[in-house]
Design a protein around this ligand. Structure first.
Ligand code: UDP
Length: 321
């Protein structure tokens, strides 16, 4: 098949492109290289099976042409990372809501199966973990910019599901929980690459808040495998599905693990949230996925533990050194 991956030069997108190429498909990447980077897909054009169009998912004519020539559409293009969302709220909202609307319209026009990468942020401040796909979203105030990301992604899900209901367009919405792995940049605030780089450089490891907030980290290879399985799973059409890992860890414990795994002499420093993010920020205290639906649909079980994940990222960050 010929498969369109919007955001294919991003961290997750580039891993997805590699998997699709391995599966024998031709891949068309639409990416404006804003938070993605050419380096992520460097060498893939040489295979003769991947081509890149550098443009935005808000360019209607380009999107139309890309969707028309593709058999399936993975829509990953999105503003990404809490840092960017706090600093550039207009860009966040417009790119997420506008871009998805444009891509979905074209998919509906040519009846191309559509997969949305959504986010565990959609659960908002929900405190009853693990989070099940049909649980309520508990959003914060609109004056707290962080929640604009969750609301924009929730609107994308509503729109995708609406196309399923009204036109039986095959869609699936995948809520990703803290995906990490090689090639992820810490530039937009992501904690694991930041901690690994800080520890390797012997710099202080910066824990925001008191460090008791928890996350569950998923290796990107588990994620992209699940994405391709869900795209091709008829029973997943019109559904929302969590993809993650249910091994929960506090951020303070993560800092300790990273320091131990790198053999670093770095200290841990605690930084108040307002110093880290300015105003407009409120953290999620716990975030754990319920994985039964993914398991029932595609037999999904995360295969990489946190220790495997850290070892892989450390190997990547120290490559050639
Ligand atoms: N965090 C941290 N130090 C950093 C970056 C992030 O303590 O240098 C915290 C952040 O406040 C959050 C958690 O790590 O509690 C995960 O942050 P990330 O931005 O990776 O993802 P999120 O789950 O917030 O989208």
């Amino acid at each position: 098949m010929k498969i369109l991956v919007t955001g294919g030069a991003g961290f997750i997108g580039s891993h997805l492109c590699r998997l699709l190429l391995q599966q024998g498909h031709d891949v068309l990447v639409l990416d404006d290289l804003s938070t993605g980077s050419y380096d992520n897909i460097d060498g893939l054009e040489d295979t003769g099976h991947l081509s890149l169009i550098v443009d935005s998912v808000n360019s209607r004519d380009i999107v139309d042409a890309c969707v028309r020539q593709s058999d399936q559409v993975y829509h990953l293009a999105s503003a990404v990372g809490v840092r960017l969302i706090i600093d550039q709220p207009v860009r966040t909202i417009e790119s997420i809501v506008g871009g998805t609307e444009t891509v979905l319209k074209a998919c509906a026009r040519y009846r191309r199966p559509f997969l949305l990468t959504s986010t565990s942020e959609v659960y908002g401040k929900g405190s009853r973990v693990p989070f099940h796909e049909d649980d309520d979203s508990v959003m914060g105030a609109t004056s707290t910019r962080r929640w604009s990301y969750a609301c924009a992604k929730a609107m994308d899900e509503f729109l995708a599901l609406a196309y399923w209901v009204e036109a039986r367009l095959p869609v699936v919405c995948c809520r990703l929980f803290n995906t990490v792995g090689p090639r992820q940049t810490g530039q937009y605030g992501m904690v694991v690459p930041r901690f690994v780089r800080q520890a390797l450089a012997g710099e202080p490891v910066t824990v925001y808040g008191d460090g008791t907030q928890t996350r569950c980290f998923t290796h990107v290879s588990d994620v992209v495998g699940a994405l391709t399985a869900l795209m091709n799973c008829k029973a997943a059409r019109g559904r929302v599905v969590n993809i993650g890992n249910d091994q929960e860890i506090s951020i303070l414990e993560l800092a300790r693990r990273v320091i131990a795994a790198t053999g670093s002499s770095s200290e841990i420093v605690r930084i108040p949230y307002d110093q880290a993010y300015g105003d407009g920020f409120e953290d999620m205290i716990r975030r754990v996925p319920a994985l039964e639906r993914a398991h029932d649909l595609i037999g999904y079980v995360p295969t990489r533990s946190l220790d495997d994940i850290l070892a892989d990222i450390i190997a990547w960050e120290t490559r050639g050194k």
